[in-house]
Design a protein around this ligand. Sequence first.
Ligand code: PLP
Length: 383
Amino acid sequence: MPVYLDHNATTRVRPDVAALIAEIMTEEGNPSSVHSHGQAARKRVENARRQIGKALSARAEDVIFTGGGTEALNLALNSVITSGRAKRLLVSAVEHEAIAVTAEASGLPVETVPATEAGVADLAWLGERLQRWNDVDEGVPVLALMLANNEIGTIQPVAEAAGLVKARNGLLIVDAVQSAGKIPVDFAGLGADYMAISGHKFGGPQGVGALVAACDAPVSRHSHGGGQEKGRRSGTLNVAGIAGMGLALEQAVASLADFAALAALRDKAIDAIRSAHPGVVVLGETAPRLPNTIGLAVPGWRGETQVLAMDLAGVSISAGAACSSGKAKASKIGTALRLDETLSEGVIRISLGWPTTEDDVDAAISAWTGAWARIQPKIKETA
Ligand code: PLP
């Protein structure tokens, strides 16, 4: 059985969640219908809304269900833009394409908040930039800053950034897709105006997510139709997916200590790989990181080649983010961290998940070190 260590791309649906979804799939009922079947479905949805609000320290009524993390982030960004309050966007260098590409597509000028060498947003830069912010020409400052990075797991200084943005009456969009269910997430405490999550990153199904929007944050209609979700997102709700996501997040939050314990396995893998190849750079190593994410830059050995070698050895990992792997381009994080070309081309991500065992990690270690032992003489020859 191949070993799966690409949990940041998507993780396994939790057994109780799969059972709940299977049960709901046998039930009829549109949550917008007034009859008893409809109301039973509505109850499922509202229960999930409560579970998600509680798990994120947010008000249940501020949770808007979407078709995933990308849609939630699009809704946040497009709402800010439609409100007319933003004339320019600040986007951190480590953001996922779901934000970065959406911001570029908005037509507004986009300014990148650089990352420090440690792989976190540069708050000194942000503070200085906000001091020069001109509300008249630039509108309110809008910052998109994720809570934890998908490629290297660095936890971003969101609360501090919120303080800086709020001092200028700005708005903050937080991509918590990789943090919800992995580390404690406190929507209210962080000072976010918007926060996006995605079910399939914490043991729920794919294609369902949520946007939490603070009560005073603008949310505009981007999907028109039946007016579901108080008009904020039209379309019949995915009852099974939403209920599954609610239960998954509740269970993930209840077992955060187990997730934190993955740090020992993460460090075991890093130590073994580094002792086989001392030139390997552990990305974001000096910053607080997710316990499950290993971002490595291997000088001279292309990330895609490593992924293939690992796949042949029966271990699934990725070369950076899922949507950019497979493409022959430098990883986004490589650019953000200003890595030189040989390092940037050699970026891989090994991400552990709630089902990961020590045997899985041992298999990955022997797959990587075995492949490295075979490739190393060839790399030296061509260097
Ligand atoms: N944001 C981050 C940090 C992600 O890692 C991902 C998915 O990889 C997304 C957003 C997009 O979420 P979804 O796959 O639910 O559209």
